[in-house]
Design a protein around this ligand. Structure first.
Ligand code: NDP
Length: 289
C-alpha cells in the first residue's frame, strides 16, 4: 500500500482563489480592500523572506499589503507605539508582528498589545483563549491549514484518535484545540512523553510539529493513518548541498499511511493561504461591527 499524497500547493492555490473572490466581493460592498500590515524588527534573513512572500501573496488576491521595518536595536516602546498606531488605523484589518523578535523585546507583551480583532496570526491571549474554550476566534494559520488538509482527506473525524506531537503555542496547542473541537480524541505528545512509538501506533491522525528531522519512524505509523508533517528542517547532504525534510521519515511512512503531506509542498503553502483567509475574515468582522 502507498499513501495518497496530500497536495498542499494545490489546496493552497484553491484557498487563495476563494479568498480572491471574497476580497472582490468585500471591495464591492465596502468600497475598500482589506489591509494587512506586517511589522519586521531587525534584519533576520529568513524573516525578511517570509515577509516578502506574505506581501506578494496579499497583492495577488487583492489585499492591500503594508510593511513597517524597525532596526534590530529598536526600543520595545517604539514597537508598542507602532502597534497602537496600527490598532487605531481603520484601513488596517490585520496586524502581524513577524517572530522571532530581538531578545531585548518581550514578544508576549508585544503580541498581547495587538487588537484581537486584527490579530490575523491568532497569537494574542484573547484569540488563544477563545479557541481554547470553543468560541469563534482568529485561529493560528499553520494549524488552521493542517485542519483543512485533514478535513479534505478524512471528512468527519468525530471519534478518531488524533496525536499531536509538539505543544507550542503557535502549532501544537491550537492544533489540539481544533481537533478537539472537531470531536477527535486528542493526545498531545512532547519531549517528556514516554513511548512515543506506542502513541503513534494508535493514532488515526498524526500531526508532527517538533523540528527534529525524520523523528517519527515509518514503522510506527498505524496502517491507513493520515499523517500531517508540519516540520521544516534543513539537512546537509553528502554533496555539500542542503535539502528540506519534515519530522516524519517520509519514505517509511509512505508505505503505511493512508494520506501523507510531503515536505516541502504540504503544510507550508497552506500557512500563507490561511493568513490571507484570516485577513479577509478580520476585515469582514470589522466591517459589520
Ligand atoms: P517549538 O520548538 O516551539 O516546539 C517543538 C515541540 O516539539 C515542543 O513542544 C517540544 O516539547 C516537542 N519536542 C521536542 N523534542 C521532542 C521529542 N523528542 N519528542 C516529542 N516531542 C518533542 O516548534 P514549533 O511548534 O514552532 O515548530 C515545530 C516545527 O514546525 C518546526 O520544524 C518548525 O520549523 C515547523 N513549522 C512549520 C510551519 C509551516 O508553515 N509549515 C509553521 C510553524 C512551524 P517540549 O514542549 O517538551 O519542549
Amino acid at each position: 500500500m502507498s499513501a495518497t499524497l496530500i497536495d498542499g500547493k494545490a489546496r493552497a492555490a484553491a484557498l487563495r482563489a476563494e479568498v480572491a473572490i471574497g476580497v472582490a466581493a468585500f471591495v464591492a460592498a465596502h468600497g475598500r480592500a482589506p489591509g494587512l500590515t506586517v511589522v519586521l524588527v531587525g534584519d533576520d534573513a529568513a524573516s525578511a523572506v517570509y515577509v516578502g512572500a506574505k506581501g506578494k501573496a496579499c497583492r495577488e488576491v487583492g489585499i492591500i499589503s503594508g510593511e513597517h521595518r524597525l532596526p534590530a536595536d529598536a526600543a520595545q516602546a517604539d514597537l508598542l507605539a507602532l502597534v497602537a498606531q496600527l490598532n487605531a488605523d481603520d484601513a488596517v484589518d490585520g496586524i502581524l508582528v513577524q517572530l522571532p523578535l530581538p531578545r531585548h523585546i518581550d514578544a508576549d507583551k508585544v503580541i498581547a498589545a495587538i487588537d484581537a480583532a486584527k490579530d490575523v496570526d491568532g497569537f494574542t491571549p484573547i484569540n488563544a483563549g477563545k479557541l481554547a474554550i470553543g468560541q469563534p476566534a482568529l485561529v493560528p494559520c499553520t494549524p488552521s491549514g493542517c485542519m483543512r488538509l485533514i478535513r479534505d482527506a478524512l471528512g468527519d473525524i468525530s471519534g478518531a484518535q488524533a496525536l499531536v506531537i509538539g505543544r507550542s503555542s503557535i502549532v501544537g496547542k491550537p492544533m489540539a484545540a481544533l481537533l478537539t473541537a472537531a470531536s477527535a480524541t486528542v493526545t498531545i505528545a512532547h519531549s517528556r512523553t514516554r513511548d512515543l512509538a506506542g502513541h503513534v501506533a494508535r493514532a488515526d491522525i498524526v500531526v508532527a510539529a517538533v523540528g527534529v528531522p525524520g523523528m517519527v519512524k515509518g514503522e510506527w505509523i498505524k496502517p491507513g493513518a493520515c499523517v500531517i508533517d508540519v516540520g521544516i528542517n534543513r539537512i546537509a547532504l553528502a554533496d555539500g548541498k542542503t535539502r528540506l525534510v519534515g519530522d516524519v521519515d517520509f519514505d517509511g511512512a509512505l508505505a503505511r499511511a493512508g494520506w501523507i503531506t510531503p515536505v516541502p509542498g504540504g503544510v507550508g503553502p497552506m500557512t500563507i493561504a490561511c493568513l490571507l483567509a484570516n485577513t479577509l475574515e478580520a476585515a469582514r468582522a470589522r466591517a459589520t461591527t
